[in-house]
Design a binder for this molecule. Structure first.
Ligand code: XBP
Ligand code: MG
Length: 256
């Protein structure tokens, strides 16, 4: 008889998973920073969707320059300049979060609350900058919510960003857990690749920019985490027994 693994921790991605932050959050913050630096760059909605293939803001700026503004790559201080442009972008993103313009996605606050009651550990594994994570948590769940997460793995804490599994390895190591004790919740193909490469069962809740991506290997693909009053739509993989994801559903998915 198979011995069931008991769920001990949930590893959340941030952008696209906790909140739909890319189009009206990060994208606007990048454009505001470009303006402040007197650059005539403008990342429109379609272009930003393409640029999202590269994870990490500094990496994304460099990738954009390589493709659309190669002359600027000649700067002798290129890395420092990108870092300072990105720092300005982070300030704009924090201000946007403070204004409360981006809500959590359906089911996120409910699930976090239930997992806390069940004494399941919460962790974050993201490529975004730590300041962005804390700004989003503060503006949506309140300042104390930062302490609800046992481990927050963010940004440059590992050298290789998703789709590399490094951030998940780092978080698992900090938790002192095996992948078999955890489930990851992601919204993107790059995030799924990272989580699968770290041997994690992965649930996908698709987001604005990611709904058409390839999610082969995910245990289940859903529109969102759902609420009893607003059930999710099941897209692919295992169909949970009810229209909202809770502790019981995550535990079942982890053992499939
Ligand atoms: C999303 C990302 C990030 C954000 C921008 O990561 O790739 O780079 O787009 O944030 P995830 P920074 O979905 O894993 O959270 O500019 O701070 O990198
Ligand atoms: Mg994401």
């Amino acid at each position: 008889m198979n011995k069931e693994n008991k769920l001990r921790a949930v590893l959340f991605d941030v952008d696209g998973t906790l909140a739909d932050t890319e189009q009206d959050g990060h994208r606007l913050a990048f454009n505001a920073a470009f303006k402040q630096f007197n650059l005539d760059w403008n990342w429109d909605i379609d272009l930003y969707g393409q640029l999202l293939e590269v994870t990490g803001g500094k990496e994304r700026i460099r990738h954009y320059m390589e493709t659309y503004a190669p002359a600027a790559l000649e700067r002798p201080d290129l890395s420092d300049w990108i870092a300072s442009l990105h720092k300005t972008k982070t300030k704009f993103f924090e201000a946007l979060m403070e204004s409360g313009s981006i809500p959590l996605r359906p089911g996120v606050a409910r699930l976090i609350d239930e997992l806390r009651q069940q004494r399941i550990k919460l962790a974050i594994a993201t490529t975004t900058t730590m300041d962005n994570v804390t700004a989003l948590l503060k503006s949506t769940l309140g300042e104390e919510s930062i302490g609800w997460f046992d481990v927050i793995g963010a940004g440059d804490i590992v050298p290789l960003k998703k789709p590399a599994p490094d951030i998940y390895h780092w978080v698992l190591d900090q938790l002192g857990m095996t992948p078999q004790q955890c489930i990851a919740i992601e919204d993107s193909e790059n995030g799924l690749k990272a989580a699968l490469a770290a041997d994690l069962t992965t649930l996908i809740t698709v987001s604005g920019y990611t709904h058409a991506q390839n999610f082969d290997g995910a245990v289940s693909v859903l529109s969102d985490l759902g609420e009893p009053s607003q059930p999710f739509t099941q897209i692919k993989g295992i169909a949970p027994a009810q229209g909202w994801v809770n502790y019981h559903i995550l535990n079942t998915l982890m053992n499939r």
